[in-house]
Design a protein around this ligand. Structure first.
Ligand code: CA
Length: 308
């Protein structure tokens, strides 16, 4: 498997004046942070968190490494709050996902109520467990789903980055398969629309991460947009053919419709060559070169056929 398309979108929503959410969309690392605090402190906290993640995203491997990075972010935010009285008490959630293509797995580190979901086989699964008051009451059986949705303290979180010198980070590792789609989001999405609606929007987007991200933000705003909303959507696809084989295919190119021009030949070619040629503004020239190449190959085959 490998990472396919990814799309991230953050919106202030309809009620708030500032956007205190922040995100990292730096494949193979993705993260959502939802800041809280007086004045602009929430914004500072979430941006400190994403900056700490981005700084050391390169070469990162495994859930423990991601969790270490989250703890590093915690220390930085906590120190910042000590240094700046105006930022005292600020904090942020963080849900970070690292895709390990070689292992076919995802490493997740998580604090707070921003979520990671997996869409597989038409079903939506919440991978992270919220660190929130209502989630804890729900887990203890002291609230029903319906009561949780209406609870006056449903935005209260029980764990955050930056509020204490130490933070407990949940880590998990899950397998990833081609066809999977992953969604990271702040509670501005999940407090506005339910999982069933997320699933409906995902189905309508037909697996296109950019469409899905835009449609989810739009749905949250249609439902009231009471909070900042941030979504990251990315897909896992089949691994491509090895580069050496893809290089060998010169006799194939998409025509204007994106279909392979030399249909008979295409059946013997790796799919990846079609995709590569189809991408980018040079597509037409590549198409022309491909058609000429196909002709040359056909003539050569004919020549050999007659000669041999
Ligand atoms: Ca929020």
């Amino acid at each position: 498997m490998r990472l396919g398309r990814a799309s991230a979108l953050s919106d202030t929503g309809r009620r708030r004046l500032q956007n205190e959410d922040a995100f990292v969309c730096d494949p193979p690392l993705f993260a959502v942070a939802d800041g809280m605090g007086g004045a602009r402190a929430g914004e500072i906290a979430s941006r400190l968190a994403t900056a700490a993640l981005e700084e050391r995203a390169q070469g990162l491997q495994g859930a423990d490494a991601v969790a270490d990075l989250v703890r590093e972010a915690n220390a930085r935010i906590y120190q910042h709050a000590l240094d700046d009285p105006a930022a005292a008490g600020m904090g942020t959630t963080v849900t970070a996902v690292l895709v390990d293509e070689a292992e076919g797995a995802m490493s997740i580190a998580h604090v707070g109520d921003s979520r990671a979901y997996r869409l597989r086989g038409g079903e939506l699964e919440q991978l992270t467990a919220d660190h929130s008051l209502v989630a804890e009451l729900l887990r203890e059986g002291r609230l029903t789903e319906e009561e949780a949705k209406q609870h006056p303290h449903r935005s209260v979180i029980t764990r955050a980055l930056g509020t204490d010198a130490e933070v407990q980070v949940d880590t998990l590792r899950v397998d990833a398969r081609p066809g999977d789609c992953y969604l990271l989001c702040s509670d501005g999405l999940t407090s506005m629309i339910r999982d069933g609606e997320i699933l409906r929007v995902a189905a309508a987007a037909a697996g296109d991460p950019e469409r899905m991200a835009a449609a989810l933000v739009a749905a949250a705003n249609r439902a009231g947009g009471e909070d900042n909303v941030t979504v990251i959507v990315f897909e896992i696809v089949e691994d491509e053919e090895p580069e050496a084989e893809a290089e060998a295919t010169v006799a194939i190119a998409p025509d204007e419709t994106g279909e392979p021009a030399a249909r008979e030949d295409s059946e013997r070619q790796p799919r990846s060559s079609v995709r590569r040629h189809g991408a980018g503004p040079g597509g037409r020239w590549l198409a022309l070169a491909g058609v000429l190449g196909a002709l040359a190959a056909a003539i050569a085959l004919l020549w050999w056929g007659l000669g041999g």
